[in-house]
Every structure is written in C-alpha cells, then in structure tokens.
Design a protein around this ligand. Structure first.
Ligand code: 9MR
Length: 380
C-alpha cells in the first residue's frame, strides 16, 4: 500500500471526512506511538486483541502499552454474539462500546470480530422459545437482525469485519455447524457478506479461519473465492488466524496460502497470531475450542519460568514469521497478535486447562520479551 492508501485504510473509507473530524487528542496519541506499529508503519498494520478483562477493569497500564505499540485492535470476545446479544433482542453494548471508544480515541484501525460463527452463539439462537428448531427463513432473519444491529451501531467507526469465522472444517469442506444444518447448505456465508456490504459499503470484509496453511483447506477456499468472484459476492480479504507453534506449521505451506489467497485478489490479514511453546497435546494444532485434554505436569513443563533455550527458539520463530510477512508486505494489510501479554493468552487454557504458556511478545509483568526486541531490530 502507498502511504496515502494505507492511511485511508487505517481510517476506513470515509477516510478524508473522518480524518478532518479527528479530535486533536487522537492525533496526539497516534503521534506517541513509538513501538512495533511505528516500526512496521510502511509495511502493514500491527494489531492486538483486547480482552473483556482489560475493558471491564479499565486496565490503564495495559491500555497505555497497547496505544504505544499497536495501531489496530480486534475485539477478543466482546462482540461475539453470545456476549453482545445474549438473548434474542437483548443487547449488551457495555464492553463493545468501550472497545470502539478506545480505538477511536487512539486513532486505531478497528476490527469487529465476528458476525457469524458457530461458537459462542447464545443458546436460544437456533431454536424457538418452545425449544423447536428454527427453519432457514427464520435463520436468515435472525442473522440479518444481528448483523444489521451490530454493524449499524458502529458504522463509520469499525473499518474491518470478520464477517464469517471458521466455516470450513479442515479437509472436509463446509463445517456441518448449526448454521449449515439449519440452512441446509453454506449459503448463509455469502448471504452474510452481501448483507454486510450493503450495510456498510466502505467496510473491509474478511473470511477468517485457523489452519489456513492446510493444503486441503486452502484448495477448498480458493475454489470458494473463485466462485464468489464470478458471482460478485463482496469479500475483500482472508484472515489467517496464525495460531502457530515453535515447530508447526511448515512456513512453506503458510507462504503458499498467502500467495494462493492473494492470487484470488484477497488482501491478507494475519489475524490471531501467537506462538505456542508448550508440548503439543496429542499432536493437536487447531483452534476448535470444543477440544479439551486432561492436564498433566508433563504437558506443563515451564510452570515456573521459560528456559533460555526455549525463549531463544520463540524469538527465532517470531523472526522467521516476520521475515515472511515482510517478504509479502505487498499482500499483507495487517498482522494482529491474539493478545498482548502472556498472562492473558487463551493458550494458557487450550487445549489443556491450567498450563503456563509464553506465546506473546510481552511477559506477565508487561515487559517486552527478547522476541519483541528482535522484531524491532528487524526494522533497523
Ligand atoms: O481468545 C478467545 C477466548 O478468550 C475464548 O474463550 C474463546 C472461546 O470461543 O475464543 C477465543 O478466541 C478465538 C477466536 O474468537 C476465533 N479463533 C480462535 C480463537 C481461540 O479460540
């Protein structure tokens, strides 16, 4: 991106008008951004996810750090349907409003996550009040109400939406989720994109998923993208969640996916990056949150501290990843970490509860780790 189009992207399409309306304080805070985001300012946005805990407890220390190092934010949980609309017609805007206000105040690129997902959906979403299943028409109507209300509230403030999340089941094609089963097919996906585009034509619309390096998943998605292009389904980007580990995935497969999606005209977003340093439980490497494994000390070897050799491998892994991102900076719009410091990562509890993981760039005391300095050094 050129600097002008990057600026417009950062601000959203309304761009120039919005720019004129920026409050002086927002410009002031953006100017104070001295960390990762400014180091990579000519390459891509650098983002983080903001947790409900940070929003609910108004964690100023962490918020100051986020404003210094990142220029994009994603709602880790507060905009998921079970949280923002816990029952049909009952909306809870508290944390979502705080999230958007924080991003606006700091002149950040704001990502809404996620409009359609099979997980974290309220219990009553797929059924009538008597418990009987809803039909296709009712599903579309509920989806429309959800998307219309959520996007409508933040129109002009949220620049990018994860419109559909995790609708593909690895090598098996479309996930047979409650969405799919109620609809009878995967039409809900394109329906969601068409509606989101109609509601906010300036919003950047993404399909987001994990294990996007998987060749079977890649081939399936590429076919979907070709079909969508042919039929004019408005999709602008692909989110590779990037929940990776020290040894997986093979970065060549990761790169092949970046190239394959970009070749279909998609902008690339690495949306949920972190590097898991713990032993792989039963070779599990996905992010399907219904998976769980029993705790054992063997699976939690660094409960007290991270050994130096593993810290070095973590740093090296981040350097390899960012070298790859820089190589494809023409295709990549954003690299977002799934959290800021190790203490808040979902990886402490997944796929085994109660472990001590070290997947992010800041430690539990919010101090930058060697990986952070290595990524800064890459740009010097
Ligand atoms: O990080 C999120 C965690 O706090 C939630 O408990 C979990 C439950 O669904 O979702 C996590 O975020 C997920 C994201 O929304 C979609 N991709 C996979 C992420 C990790 O599960």
């Amino acid at each position: 991106m050129t600097s002008i189009s990057r600026r417009q992207f950062l601000m959203g399409s309304a761009s120039l008008a919005a720019l004129a309306n920026l409050k002086a304080c927002a410009i002031h805070s953006a100017a104070e951004r001295t960390g990762l985001a400014s180091a990579y300012g000519d390459d891509f946005l650098v983002g983080t996810a903001i947790s409900n805990d940070t929003l609910a407890n108004d964690n100023q220390h962490l918020k100051t750090l986020i404003a210094r190092d990142f220029n994009a934010i994603t709602a880790e949980n507060c905009m998921k349907s079970a949280l923002v609309q816990p029952r049909q017609g009952q909306w809870d805007w508290g944390l979502a409003d705080r999230f958007v206000n924080f991003g606006t105040q700091h002149d950040m690129h704001i990502v809404g996550h996620a409009l359609v997902w099979h997980s974290q959906v309220p219990d009553d979403f797929f059924v009538h009040t008597d418990g009987s299943p809803i039909d296709r028409d009712e599903l579309i109507q509920r989806m429309e109400t959800h998307i219309r209300t959520l996007m409508g509230r933040y129109k002009g403030k949220i620049q990018t939406w994860d419109v559909v999340n995790e609708a593909i089941d690895e090598d098996k094609g479309w996930r047979k989720s409650a969405w799919f089963n109620t609809m009878g097919n995967a039409d809900y996906v394109e329906h969601a994109f068409r509606l989101a585009h109609e509601l906010d034509p300036s919003a950047h619309l993404i399909y987001n998923d994990y294990n996007m390096h998987n060749p079977g998943k890649r081939a399936f998605l590429v076919d979907v993208l070709k079909d969508y292009k042919r039929r004019g389904v408005p999709i602008h980007g692909v989110g590779l969640q990037s929940h990776v580990g020290l040894d997986y995935p093979d970065l060549q497969e990761f790169e092949a996916s970046i190239e394959a999606y970009a070749a279909q005209g998609m902008r690339i977003h690495c949306t949920e990056l972190e590097v898991d340093v713990l032993p792989v439980a039963w070779e599990f490497t996905g992010a399907e949150i219904s998976t769980d494994f029993e705790y054992s000390d063997q699976l939690n070897p660094y409960a007290d501290a991270l050994p130096t050799d593993i810290q070095e491998r973590l740093t090296e892994r981040y350097v390899q990843l960012f070298r790859l991102f820089l190589k494809h900076r023409d295709k990549i719009d954003r690299v977002t970490f799934w959290g800021t410091h190790d203490g808040e990562s979902w990886k402490n509890d997944f796929p085994v509860r109660g472990r001590t993981n070290y997947p992010l760039l800041f430690d539990r005391e919010l101090q930058p780790k060697p990986a952070y300095f290595a990524l800064m050094a890459l740009k010097r």
